[in-house]
Design a protein around this ligand. Structure first.
Ligand SMILES: Nc1ncnc2c1ncn2[C@@H]1O[C@H](COP(=O)(O)OP(=O)(O)OP(=O)(O)O)[C@@H](O)[C@H]1O
Ligand SMILES: [Mg+2]
Length: 261
């Protein structure tokens, strides 16, 4: 990693991170080393997030932000360390088990809507793993009732949706499984400003009103930190700075490196 990040100094300790998420820790990562194949990307990483708290991961390209989400969801090789939900170890569960029994949903960075399926069919795909299809229908209906933009187009192929509506559909599809933890990779990528605000409003509603725990990766550091309760700055697979969103927005290093100021 280039020298510009070396000035950031010592990584915060697990105890310091814990102070940012003091109550009711929902998801915890302990001393995690993980990567792809034999390559280690994350090195002794700790992470805490309280129930109904939002955590934003920022950092340069290739720092390992998406890899943290991948590791929580079960897409990486875990060399050592632990991941816990409500104090239960879930490190080696499969993605399907994490979704089904642990309530962890992963919203992909890339466009994952099925263009030729209708909006409603796309939503039902979110519940494909449920044993009870009836319950998926009910949840899909609830989501459609909540988001008029989608309901108006429920019988149209998803390809007619605007970029913002498509992102809304991607988020909504995850909701059909009634997750308690949302892992969201770059919600604002490729969206016009008016849709970026819409997506953050939706995430805010899910956190405030439905008490979802949210871990998001956001390239738009300003938006992400304005939204999130707390933020971690990731550099070369380790957390270099951590703080409340507000504090990080005021932090000079964060400003210079990630806020263009
Ligand atoms: N499936 C994979 N197989 C092998 N290496 C991977 C894989 N996915 C990511 N990597 C590598 O892991 C490192 C961290 O990648 P990651 O996608 O976590 O970065 P990031 O912080 O999300 O970056 P960006 O801001 O560009 O999305 C990079 O060096 C990348 O090349
Ligand atoms: Mg990424």
């Amino acid at each position: 990693m280039s020298n510009q990040y070396e000035v950031l100094g010592a990584a915060p300790k697990a105890d310091d991170l814990k102070k940012l998420s003091p109550a009711d820790v929902h998801l915890k990562i302990k001393n995690l080393s993980a990567g792809y194949g034999k390559m280690e990307i994350l090195h002794n990483l700790d992470l805490f997030v309280s129930r109904a708290q939002s955590l934003c991961l920022i950092g340069p390209n290739g720092a390992g932000k998406s890899t943290i989400l991948h590791s929580i969801y079960g897409f990486t090789n875990i060399f050592s360390g632990e991941i816990e939900i409500d104090g239960r170890e879930i490190t080696n569960l499969t993605p399907a088990e994490k979704l089904k029994s642990e309530g962890i949903a992963y919203i992909l960075q890339d466009n994952s809507v099925f263009p030729d399926m209708t909006v409603e069919e796309n939503l039902l795909m979110g519940g494909f793993i449920k044993d009870k299809t009836e319950e998926s229908f009910e949840e899909a209906e609830k989501v459609l009732q909540k988001y008029e933009r989608l309901n108006n187009r429920r019988n149209q192929p998803a390809k007619v949706l605007s970029g913002g509506e498509r992102r809304l559909l991607e988020i909504s599809r995850a909701l059909v499984m009634k997750p308690s933890v949302l892992l969201v990779d770059e919600p604002s990528i490729g969206l016009e400003p008016k849709y970026i605000d819409m997506v953050f409003e939706i995430l805010g509603d899910l956190q405030q009103n439905e008490k979802k725990t949210i871990i998001l990766v956001e390239q738009n550091a300003k938006k992400g930190l304005e939204f999130a309760d707390i933020g971690y700055v990731l550099v070369s697979g380790q957390t270099a700075i951590a703080g409340t969103g507000e504090d990080l927005l005021k932090n000079q290093d964060v400003g210079r490196l990630f806020l263009g100021g």
